[in-house]
Each structure stands twice: as C-alpha cells, then as structure tokens.
Design a protein around this ligand. Structure first.
Ligand code: NAD
Length: 387
C-alpha cells in the first residue's frame, strides 16, 4: 500500500509537483487545499486529484498521511510545525523557516515524532551540484577551500508578477522579502557538495533605491530595504563560502538564476550563465554540454534533464512528465515519497535543511548590524531514530 499526500497551496509552483505526486507508484491519493477555493478547484480538476479540503486544519484532521507545503515563502515554519504535531510527514518548499526559533521547533518536532521532514531544495539536483559532488567524492578537487553560490534573480524578471499574484492588493508589503532569508539555493548548492556547516558569517547588503514601494521599510512587513546582499561564511572544515543574493541585477536570470564556483587545491569548477568549465593546473575543459538541461519534447513545459542526471532511479511512470528547475523536480518528489514509504532520512532532511537555511537568517542579522561577524548556531546531527 502506498501513501497519501495533501498539498497546501494551489499557487504557481505546486502545479509542477502535483502531477509528480499523482503519478508516483507509491502514492495512492493526492489532495489539495488553498485559501482561495477557485485556485484549489482549478488544480483539482486540471491534475485529476482525489479530492479537496476546505482548510489546512481540515486536511490535518483527515487520515491523509503526508502534507506538502507550497505556501508563500515566509509562512512555512508554523504550518510545518502544526502538520508534524498532527502526525503528518512533511514536504516543505524552501525556505525551512525565517527565524532560528522556527527551525529549532521543527527539528525538535521531527526528533520527537520520528516523522519524515524534507525540504524541497531544488539546487540539490542542479547539474552543477550533482557534477561537483561526483568530482569531490572522487577526490578530483583535492581539498575545496573556497566556494561561491549565487542566487541571481532580478525582481523585473518574474518576481513583480509573482508577488502580485501571491500577495493581492498588499503585495508590496511582501515583495520586500529579505534576500538572505531565501538563501537555500546559493548555500545549498555549495554545502551539498562540501558537506560542511557554516559556523560564522559577515554579511553586507545594499539598500534599494528604486523608490517604488518595494524594498521600502515603511511598507515592508519585514522592515527590509535590502535588495542585494553578499555574505562571507566560515565553514566548520576550515573552508570559506561566499554567497550572493541579488534581486536588482542586470543579469539573465531566466537563463540561469543559480550559479556556483568551487576552488580546490588540485582543480576548480566555475559556472556562468551559459558556460561551465573544469580547470586544473594544466588547463581548462569546457563541460557546459554536460550540465545544460536538454529541451523537453515539443509541447512539454519546463526544462529537461542534463547528462549528469541519473534518471535510472526514477519511477518509470515519470517518463515524459514535465520537470523544472534544471531537472530537479522529479528527484525531489521521488526522494520524499521514498523516505516516507521506506522510513528513511531523505537527502535534504531537517538537519540538512537547517544547515542550508539558518546561515542566511544569521547573515541577514549581520547585514542589519553593519556586517558584524556573527556565529551560526550549531543544530547538531539527526539522531539514529530521525526520519
Ligand atoms: N526553486 C524553488 O525551490 C522554488 C521555486 C518557486 C517557488 N518556490 C517556493 O514555493 C512556494 C510557493 O510558491 P508559489 O509561487 O506557488 O506561491 P503562490 O503565492 O503562487 O501560491 C501560494 C498559495 O498558497 C495558498 N496558501 C497560503 N497559505 C495557505 C494556508 N494556510 N492554507 C491554504 N492555502 C494557503 C495561497 O492562497 C496561494 O494560492 C514558496 O514558498 C516559494 O518559495 C520554490
């Protein structure tokens, strides 16, 4: 017998995952709820779902086993906690939370309940991260002592529309979401390769000057006017990580919004929008072709898989279904369902998710204190009983 999944949020992103939960061979039913009934009904009909719930609370009271949170980015922590407390396994879109307290509460709840928690961090399966993990495991970098992760997503390239859709008439209050509170792509793509945690950070940020009410502290529900931020982290293994979170930037975010660089004592890897290179002490190898997601067949939305992706582990039923975010969606949906049905820790479990999220929260605090170097609290490792 398979499991059942209740998706919370019928906005723009969940539509990419509903078909994947729906067609997974180990999922017996997919349900949805949204504050906005019309969105919920539309998704239920478009994706041939098994039912709807009038509210999040009604979903929690049902016998649906898993809850997948696809709500606005600042809302996840409390919803995840309620779902765990109601006995549900949880898939959460990024970020895990927006405060240290939310993250600690989720870790405590996962520890106490033994339920599965997974954060759907797409960068874990970005071709650059997959490739660099393989080369690092093979020892090809030597020791990686410095790495960079950038999430370079200009507000003009989709975010104004997304926040309007998301926030309704008060959208400007939320469009100022602090860049460093959405750090999981820039940090995750580095730490998923290095396997280290951040121990301290100093962050500088740029105050926005467009003067259109977005990134305006008198409007912002986050009291935030930073639109670009750069953080330098000390890692536990002695390496250095630099991340950029940019929201006002002349850069083709639609071509590549996340990009990475890893420098080792023997070799290095650098990624630009369309070009990726592997370099050692002898020369440069252009590896762009390995990492570019291939086009999907005519008429299929989203982007395809790159040559570095091992699709052999995916359910046969996923063949031909759209993927997205550099081919990551299929792997994430499958990771979660596998973790639930086999009662094992998913790759981006609660402790890994905390390691990708908390450093950004502290970086934002550092930026608010003029770049003061601050410690990133240790969140520990999963206990043997954790899922
Ligand atoms: N690469 C990535 O990992 C990636 C990419 C895109 C979006 N995301 C994440 O996905 C999430 C969803 O993004 P989106 O663009 O679909 O947002 P959205 O605003 O389009 O949709 C969110 C939906 O959730 C509903 N909702 C909010 N709270 C609810 C509640 N308590 N009960 C029921 N419904 C509720 C809203 O009514 C809305 O329809 C965000 O957290 C975002 O960060 C991640």
């Amino acid at each position: 017998m398979g499991t059942t999944v209740g998706v919370v949020g019928a906005g723009q992103f969940s539509g990419s995952f509903l078909p994947l939960f729906r067609s997974h061979p180990d999922v017996d039913g997919v349900f949805i709820t949204d504050h906005q009934p019309s969105r919920m009904e539309r998704a239920a009909s478009q994706f041939h779902l098994d039912g709807t719930f009038p509210s999040f609370e009604a979903l929690l009271q049902s016998d649906v086993e898993c809850v997948a949170i696809f709500t606005q980015r600042w809302t996840h922590g409390p919803l995840v906690l309620e779902a765990l407390e109601a006995g549900k396994h949880v898939y959460s879109t990024v970020p895990m939370g927006i405060s240290e307290a939310e993250i600690r509460e989720i870790l405590d709840a996962v520890r106490a309940t033994g339920l599965v928690y997974m954060m759907g961090e797409t960068s874990y399966y970005y071709p650059a991260a997959v490739y660099a993990r393989e080369r690092n495991s093979a020892g090809d970098f030597g020791r990686i002592f410095y790495a960079e992760g950038d999430y370079v997503h200009d507000m003009d390239l989709g975010f104004y529309d997304a926040y309007r859709f998301s926030g309704g008439e008060h959208w400007k209050e939320t469009a100022s979401f602090p860049p460093m509170l959405y750090p999981t792509h820039s940090i995750g793509g580095v730490l998923s390769v290095l396997g280290q945690r951040a121990v301290s950070v100093s962050c500088l940020a740029v105050r926005d000057d467009r003067d259109d009410g977005v990134f305006d502290r008198s409007v912002s529900m986050f009291d935030n006017d930073f639109s670009n931020a750069t953080a330098l982290f000390e890692l536990a293994g002695g390496a250095i990580m630099r991340t950029n979170e940019m929201r006002r930037v002349g850069y083709p975010s639609h071509i590549r919004e996340s990009r990475y660089r890893y420098f080792g004592t023997e070799a290095s890897f650098e990624q630009l929008a369309e070009v990726s290179v592997w370099q050692d002490k002898n020369g440069v190898t252009d590896i762009s072709g390995l990492l570019v997601p291939q086009p999907l067949p005519e008429g299929e939305p989203g982007h395809g898989f790159a040559r570095v992706h091992d699709r052999s582990r995916l359910p046969a039923s996923y063949s031909g279904l759209p993927t997205g975010h550099e081919g990551s969606h299929h792997f994430l949906a499958d990771d979660f369902v596998r973790a639930v049905t086999t009662r094992t820790l998913p790759p981006v479990n609660a402790w890994v998710a905390a390691g990708f999220t908390l450093p950004g929260i502290v970086a934002h605090q550092s930026a608010n204190r003029g770049g003061e170097r601050l410690p990133v609290p240790e969140m520990g490792d999963p206990p043997a009983t954790a899922r």
